[in-house]
Design a binder for this molecule. Sequence first.
Ligand code: HEC
Length: 174
Amino acid sequence: MGNVSNPEPDAHPSKDTQEEGNKVSSFNANDASEDPGLALDTAEKPVYAFAGETPDWYTWRGYKKYGANCLQCHGPDGMGSSFAPDLTQSLQNIDYFEFAGIIVGGQQNKWNTSGNSIMPAWGEDPNVMCSLNAIYTYLRGRADGVVGRGEPGRPEQSDKSKAAKDYEYSCLGF
Ligand code: HEC
C-alpha cells in the first residue's frame, strides 16, 4: 500500500466506516475502465487514501465537485443548510450504495416532510455522475472527521492523479 495511511476516524463516522473501518484494502487498477487508482476499503467501497496530511486526488477532486454541484443547497463543507441536510450526519446512516442511489434518483420529502423538500436526480448529469466516487470519498472523509473544513491539501501530480484526471475528462466527453 506504499505510504498510504488513513487517520483514525472520529467516534461517529460514516456508516461504511462503522461497518468496515477506513483502511485502504486495494486500489482500482490503473488501466481500469472506471476511476483508475480509486482507493477501496475491505468491502470494496470507495474510501479516501491519505499520504501524511494529504488525501488522494479523488478526495481533493470531490471537494471541488461538491462545491460546484452540491454546496449551493447542502452548505459549505457538507454541513447542511436550512433547506438541505448536513451530509456529514446523513452519511452516518446511509452507506455508499444508498448514497449513490439517492444521487442518481433524487429524494423527496424524506428528510423534511413539510412537502416541498426536493433533492434533484443527477443520473443524467455527467458533471455529477463522472465524479460520484470522488464526491463520496470527500464526504466520507468529512463524516469520519479526517477531512477538515475548507479545501483539502492537493496531492502532488503523479501518474496516478493523471490517470484519474484523464478518466474524468473522457467520461465528460472531452
Ligand atoms: C437544489 C438543492 C440541492 C442540490 C443542488 C443538492 N441537494 Fe442533496 N438534498 C436536497 C434536499 C432538499 C434534500 C432532502 C430531501 C428530503 O427531504 O428527502 C437532499 C438530500 C440529499 C441526500 C439524502 C440525505 C438524507 O439524510 O436524507 C443526499 C445523500 C444528498 N442530498 C446528496 C447531495 C449531493 C452529493 C449533491 C451534489 C451532487 C446534492 N445533494 C445536491 C437538496 C439538494
